[in-house]
Design a protein around this ligand. Structure first.
Ligand code: GDP
Ligand code: IMO
Ligand code: MG
Length: 446
């Protein structure tokens, strides 16, 4: 009986979807509270892989309600396709609910997203963000500008026309927009087909919390892509933090029980922006190949590098992590030594331990200082089988030391470990408070 948040602690794609799916086994409601079709959450079910974009992973489980919440920006045509895709495969098992307060991404937002990122690139090539081109920034900008359209309006053609006309009047810089009448017609149609799912979700959730039912808030994007606290301007346009998850769902902070931060055992980033521990050499290529590091939404190759404890400590402080999920540990299996960044050396001689330099340029000049930790054996099927049977005690001892090191350095207990892409390849280490803090390991390096 709890309200829990699971969110990304790095630059996205930490396997939040898989951990949220694991946690959703004990939830009654799973809520997406930010983002939209820029999200790609992969869950590998026995029936095959599923990539969720605008639906919460709760829709994959019987008896669970998956809510696409008020803080989201929703592209209704893509959402309908996502629903149909799941239905066709027989995987739509939970209930689907869409918040009537969620904003609508229109074709003009997608056009504007491309226009804006090309504008940035023309201004200065490195200024282009490499967005997912799904209209996120422009849709959130119109929401903040009070020009947006919400799902609630799809069932009111007269209001919708007025809102569309006003919105179009703000877009005189764009060419090639579809005519208002055509957009209106398509929106009313899709609104009709989605009407049965659209509801005021905050009331549903307040009632659920009052009844003591378990609610899981499934973060999308990640802390370091937060509009204010990420690597601005190389960020998304929402707040993928714990505070943002509450705001984007309407659940008050006083109801929150815990916040699980998800981090890969290494790091990746897709799109532009500073990435201090990026490895552009052969070892980065190894991570990309073995980790299958390609964007789940855009198919772009992800930039790869090493675990960055400066950023993880920062994310822990920013979000109040009560525990961590460390994923993809199998990808590092077989490496003799694993570099982990413990602090930054800055050009002015200062060191950074748990802060994010405000300027992206400064972060780009940070020199990561690494400790080399001993690696663990490859994750063969036999080892995975043992972990499935025996649980966390079967994890290789050097991996346990790696996890202990993360706990020691961040002050946050590791609660979950992901050791493969399949739904059942996550192991729970027990409640965070039940395990003693490891002794200091500062003298330990490889
Ligand atoms: P999300 O956006 O945070 O949900 O993550 P993505 O789905 O974009 O990317 C994670 C990728 O890693 C997906 O291809 C997953 O199937 C895969 N994956 C998840 N957990 C693990 C794991 O523990 N080991 C391995 N090898 N792959 C994993
Ligand atoms: P999930 O939920 C990784 C990145 C984009 C780009 C920047 C802005 O799957 O972890 P946007 O389209 O949001 O305006 O793009 O943010 N980005 C993500 N990177 N995972 C995501 O989602 C992302 N969502 C946005 O690549 O750099
Ligand atoms: Mg993803």
């Amino acid at each position: 009986m709890s309200v829990r948040i699971v969110l990304g602690a790095q630059f996205g794609d930490e396997a939040k979807g898989k951990i949220a799916d694991f946690m959703s086994a004990s939830a009654r409601y799973v809520v997406r509270s930010a983002g939209g079709p820029n999200t790609g959450h992969t869950i590998v079910l026995p029936e095959g892989p599923v990539v969720l974009h605008q639906l919460a992973c709760g829709v994959l489980r019987h008896g669970v309600t998956g809510i696409s919440g008020p803080g989201m920006v929703i592209q209704p045509f893509k959402l309908e396709e996502e629903l149909q895709g799941l239905e066709k495969r027989g995987l739509l098992r939970g209930e689907v609910v869409l918040s009537d307060r969620a904003h609508v991404i229109l074709p003009l937002h997608e056009i504007e997203d491309v226009w804006e990122d090309e504008l940035r690139g023309r201004h200065r090539p490195a200024a282009s963000l490499g967005t997912t081109r799904s209209g996120i920034g422009p849709a959130y900008a119109d929401r903040a500008g009070r020009f947006g359209i919400r799902l609630a309006e799809l069932s009111r053609p007269a209001v919708l026309r007025e809102r569309l006309e006003l919105l179009y009047a703000t877009k005189t810089h764009l060419t090639g927009l579809p005519p208002i009448d055509e957009v209106l017609g398509r929106l009313v149609e899709v609104g009709g087909r989605l009407a049965a799912y659209i509801r005021p979700t905050e009331q549903l959730l307040w009632d659920a919390v009052a009844r003591g039912e378990s609610v899981l808030l499934e973060g999308a994007q990640s802390a370091l892509l937060d509009l204010d606290f990420g690597t601005y301007p190389y960020v998304t346009s929402s707040h993928p933090t714990s505070a943002g998850a509450l705001l984007g769902s309407g659940i008050p902070p006083t109801e929150l029980d815990d916040v699980v931060g998800v981090a890969k055992a290494y790091s990746t980033r897709v799109g532009a922006g500073p990435f201090p521990t990026e490895d552009t050499g052969e070892r980065g290529e190894f991570l990309r190949r073995v980790g299958g590091e390609r964007g789940a939404t855009t198919g772009r190759p992800r930039r790869c590098g090493w675990l960055d404890l400066v950023l993880l400590r920062y994310a822990a402080r920013l979000n109040g992590f009560t525990s961590l999920a460390i994923t993809k540990v199998d990808v590092l299996g077989g490496l003799e030594r694993i570099p982990v960044c413990v602090r930054y050396q800055m050009p002015d001689g200062s060191t950074v331990h748990d802060a994010l330099p405000t300027s992206a340029d400064d972060l780009g000049r940070a020199e990561p200082v690494y400790e080399q930790l001993p690696g663990w054996p490859e994750f063969h099927e036999r080892l995975k089988e043992r972990i499935r049977r025996e649980g966390a005690t079967a994890l290789p001892s050097d991996l346990r030391r790696y996890l202990d090191f993360i706990e020691q350095e961040t002050g946050v207990a590791v609660e979950y470990v992901g050791y493969g892409a399949h739904r059942d390849e996550t192991v729970w280490l027990g409640p965070p408070s039940a395990r003693p803090r490891p002794a200091s390991m500062t003298a330990w390096s490889g």
